[in-house]
Design a protein. Structure first.
Length: 400
């Protein structure tokens, strides 16, 4: 009997070890279930409930009518890159050359993937805070990198401790990955923490991936600063953002990436062989968003701010301890008082009360005992969701 006899079927051998090592998204399963149910209030999808503002939509329609249905430059339209360069300089005081340092991507997700695949060699370590967005770890793994986690916790308001970051650095560490304002916790980087992280990156000569997709969704006294705007950081930062969250343009799939020209040159190689260019009509709509959309951004941000207070206060009143998020549009309540783990809590809440949240464990080990609730939905639905969650929590506590 030959060794061929013992080979596994092709279907079992076809996928790479990297792909087999990454579990399916901990979010998607709940979305698939709720799509089959009626009367579900979804606090799960990280997507604005607002439609794209009319002026932006009309720009897209006009683009189509003008016959703008062909490829753009691999980098994206020069008009959009110039407007983005002006926007970043005006808001954060950091200037990028539109011709050589800005790339328009298919959403911020492609930008993250490109940044990692273009810069990670097999075995390179990337220091990453957790809980963090579910796509970050798989993106590092698919690029051949190794994640070194730094935990954040409720008792510290999910603040990232610079000393813990430095302790995670080894001779194999190539980069620090930051996603702030943070999905799923809503935490932000205070000025002193951001300054210390920048100093660590300089001291250890690290690359920094900074996903700032939620930069415009900031509340209270918090004011966002672009990581690349800090002293010594522009030459080592790959800055990522997009139009999905602030401009309610998730379906348009337009993001961006900024980096020094020598780094961007390599990143564009990956982009041009895989994508060619971001959708032309979407780029034209994004240009109008930058030039004319500021009032709409502020209108939506103010609405999220009111919903933020409603949901956080509501969770705390129910007895689900929740710290005050200062960015993005998520609350991250502690649900351990119910006696349930986060997966069971989310599944039973969906089954029994038709409210969808995401188990905190999907975002990393420190997320266990929490669930993520997105407040990008109407106040009416948030109030009803709190009523249903309150009933569910009472039943759980009575049974424990």
């Amino acid at each position: 009997m030959t060794t061929e006899t013992f080979r596994a079927p092709l279907a079992e051998r076809a996928l790479s070890e990297r792909v087999r090592a990454v579990p399916p998204s901990g979010i998607r399963r709940f979305f698939d279930i709720l799509a089959t149910m009626d009367d579900v209030i979804s606090l799960g999808v990280g997507e604005p409930d607002f439609d794209t503002p009319p002026t932006i939509v009309e720009a897209g329609v006009a683009s189509l009518r003008r016959g703008r249905t062909h490829y753009t430059s691999n980098f994206g339209t020069i008009e959009l890159r110039r407007a983005l360069a002006d926007h970043l300089e005006r808001r954060y005081g950091v200037r990028y050359d539109p011709a050589t340092e800005i790339l328009i991507t298919v959403g911020a997700s492609e930008a993250v993937d490109l940044a990692l695949r273009a810069t990670c060699d097999p075995g390179d370590e990337v220091v990453l805070h957790e809980p963090s967005y579910v796509a970050y770890v798989p993106a590092v793994v698919f690029a051949g990198g190794v994640v070194r986690h730094v935990a954040t916790r409720l008792q510290d308001d999910f603040a990232l401790d610079p000393s813990a970051v430095e302790a995670a650095i080894t001779p194999r560490t190539k980069a620090l990955f930051l996603g702030y304002p943070c999905n799923p916790t809503g935490a932000v980087l205070p000025v002193d923490v951001q300054d210390e992280l920048a100093a660590i990156a300089v001291r250890h000569d690290l690359l920094v991936y900074s996903d700032e997709i939620y930069d415009r969704l900031a509340y209270g006294t918090y004011r966002h600063r672009a990581m690349s705007a800090l002293p010594g950081m522009r030459e080592r930062t790959i800055l990522v953002g997009g139009f999905s969250k602030a401009y309610a343009m998730t379906g348009w799939r337009v993001g961006w990436l900024c980096a020094p020209a020598a780094i961007l040159e390599g990143i564009v190689k990956v982009h041009q062989y895989g994508i060619m260019s971001a959708p032309t009509v979407a780029q034209d709509a994004a240009l109008t968003a930058l030039l004319e959309g500021e009032a709409e951004v502020e209108r939506m941000r103010a609405a999220y701010d009111g919903r933020r207070r409603l949901l956080v206060d509501g969770f705390n009143a129910i007895g689900l301890r929740t710290f005050e998020p200062r960015g993005a549009f998520y609350a991250f309540p502690l649900i351990t008082s119910t006696g349930l783990d986060s997966e069971t809590f989310a599944q039973r809440l969906l089954d029994e009360e038709h409210v969808a949240v995401v188990p905190g464990g999907a975002f990393g080990p420190s997320g266990e005992g929490h669930v993520r609730a997105c407040y990008a939905t109407s106040e009416e639905e948030l109030r009803e969701a709190l009523v249903r969650i309150g009933r569910f929590v009472e039943r759980c506590r009575a049974a424990s």
